[in-house]
Write a protein of this length. Structure first.
Length: 65
């Protein structure tokens, strides 16, 4: 098991960093969408739809890596 970890250590590290960066980007985009929804007085359902679009965008970005 240690040999596998030693062999693929850089790939595992890159994957972990990428996942954390994508989670942070997703969090920031959701906060921004929530603020836009509040300022523009968009109802909660449309804000949730924006959240789903953000999740889809993050998924496409993650798959493209």
């Amino acid at each position: 098991m240690y040999e596998v970890f030693a062999q693929y250590r850089t790939e595992i590290t890159y994957t972990i960093v990428t996942v954390f960066v994508l989670l942070i980007v997703q969090f920031l985009l959701k906060k921004a969408a929530h603020r836009v929804g509040k300022r523009s007085e968009i109802n909660f359902t449309r804000t949730r739809l924006m959240f789903q679009y953000i999740n889809l965008l993050i998924l496409f970005i993650a798959v493209s890596f």
